[in-house]
Ligand binder design. Structure first.
Ligand SMILES: O=C(O)CCC(=O)C(=O)O
Length: 315
């Protein structure tokens, strides 16, 4: 997925909390060029995060004093109506070509499908091969003790992508778990969305990487280059779903954050990049807490602040 061949001179390529300087070196636990910290060594509950944690992770936990919203869970009628209207808009999606081969389908996934995606990811995420926290191990921490901890949970469906080797494997090396199958309903949404990107070659996804970003979630600029040579050669697209809080998505032709363009990805958006954009650098520089649709939160209790991102690929 992230590492092989993309010029990161580091054995641990998953870059959520990783920034790169102009020389392409990886700066872990460092400050981004825009001044934001890449991460902290504490999680949202102020606990130290252990590397490679396989502790069960529920993206929709029952409300507690820590995660409960300050106000009522039920969204006001006006908000619900506005979201219903937006949901209707999904039948007439707004298709924006950001650059050749990169297509943004705004509000493509209806709120009810977003609810189903969250529920399914929750169910799979709590089971074998579900969400875990990839880490780099204490030996990789910077002198200040930061760098080893990632504020991102990951789950692979179909095939496992191993952050340590940058390779796809049948099982997750750290616990031997077999990745769950990609739910057919997810594949249905991918193929419908692909019909709007008809200049790009079609894909039959056999990989889905599900990332869950909390408030400090980040993903450094990188290329997705661990799929098969054939898949990359053909420019088979990556199809990305965003669900939950909005995110600042960066993309460009180099790893230089200052040269990257920024796009806010909102809940329900689909981004497709293939063909000439298959090797585009991309990443996530910020999550905007409390921007998820109220109806989605009400119907799922999606951990807040939080963003789910699903990227479908063909090996
Ligand atoms: O979260 C996103 O929108 C991007 C995810 C991504 O780039 C990846 O998983 O490789």
């Amino acid at each position: 997925m992230y590492g092989r061949g993309r010029g990161f001179n580091h054995p641990h390529p998953h870059p959520p909390m990783v920034a790169a300087n102009g020389d392409g070196d990886i700066l872990r636990g460092a400050t981004h060029q825009d001044g934001t910290k890449t991460h902290s060594s504490l999680d949202d509950d102020n606990n130290n995060i252990k590397p490679h944690s396989h502790d069960p992770f529920d993206i929709c936990p029952p409300p507690t004093r820590q995660n409960a919203p300050a106000v009522v869970l039920k969204p006001p009628l006006l908000v619900t109506n506005r979201e219903r209207r937006k949901q209707g808009a999904a039948t007439h999606p707004q298709v924006v070509t950001l650059r050749p081969g990169m297509i943004h389908l705004k509000k493509y996934i209806s709120v009810s499908d977003q609810v189903s995606i969250v529920k399914k990811c929750r169910e799979l995420g709590k089971g074998p091969g579900g969400f875990y926290q990839p880490g780099y191990g204490d030996a990789d921490a910077d002198a200040d003790g930061e760098g080893a901890k990632l504020h991102l949970k990951m789950m692979c469906l179909g095939k496992n992508w191993d952050p340590l080797s940058s390779r796809y494997t049948d099982r997750r090396p750290s616990d031997g778990a077999k990745p769950p199958e990609i739910p057919p309903e997810f594949l249905g949404i991918v193929s419908e969305a692909m019909a709007l990107a008809n200049k790009l070659p079609p894909i039959t996804p056999d990989i889905c990487i599900v990332n869950f970003y909390s408030r400090n979630g980040r993903l450094g600029l990188h290329q997705d280059k661990d799929e098969s040579e054939e898949s990359l050669r053909q420019g088979l697209p990556v199809v990305s779903f965003s669900v939950g809080d909005s995110a600042d998505f960066l993309y460009g032709d180099t790893r230089d954050v200052d040269k990257a363009k920024k796009l806010v990805l909102e809940s329900g958006d689909v981004l497709i990049f293939g063909g000439n954009s298959r090797n585009a650098f991309h990443g996530v520089s910020a999550i905007h807490p409390m921007t998820a649709p109220a109806t989605l939160l009400q119907q799922t209790n999606l951990l807040r602040p939080g963003r789910l991102n699903l990227t479908f690929r063909q090996y």
